[in-house]
Design a protein. Structure first.
Length: 150
């Protein structure tokens, strides 16, 4: 019996997002993907829902010690998931790369591609706003140091 070379496949963790398989083995459609809102977006929705009442209690408020309040407020919180490629405490490289990934995704996949929002959520969570404002200016002027078409 002759030896056959095994067929090489991408490991699951390296597969591009749109190629990963859902739990039942069927490829997940773009419309099924659920990208969570950032904390800022959640706070904005909550502000409209409460109409004028404070979203977070004052630190001295007695309800601050009530576990029911914390369970109710837990849905507002969101942070970027851990990325093993960036184990350091300083997140400059991660911030920059997720910013570039967001605009690269929009450029390559189109403006309406929903999974691109994940990259935006992460860079908005990690990056200081004055960095992204400066990068937006550089992008508009055509002087940004990264290419989005590759």
């Amino acid at each position: 019996m002759a030896w056959k070379r095994p067929v090489w496949k991408w490991p699951a963790w390296k597969r591009p997002v749109w190629k990963r398989r859902h739990g039942n083995g069927v490829e997940m459609a773009e419309s099924e993907m659920e990208i969570p809102d950032t904390m800022g977006e959640r706070m904005e929705k909550e502000k409209h829902k409460n109409s004028g009442q404070p979203m977070m209690l004052h630190p001295d408020h007695p309800d601050n010690w009530d576990p029911r309040y914390h369970e109710k407020a837990a849905h507002l919180l969101w942070s970027a998931p851990y990325d093993a490629r960036y184990p350091q405490i300083r997140k400059q490289r991660q911030c920059f790369e997720y910013y570039v990934d967001f605009f690269r995704c929009k450029e390559l996949m189109g403006e309406d591609y929903k999974p691109c929002k994940f990259f935006q959520n992460v860079y908005k969570d990690i990056c200081p706003s004055f960095w992204t404002e400066k990068w937006d200016e550089l992008r508009e002027e055509g002087r940004f140091p990264a290419k989005f078409d590759r």
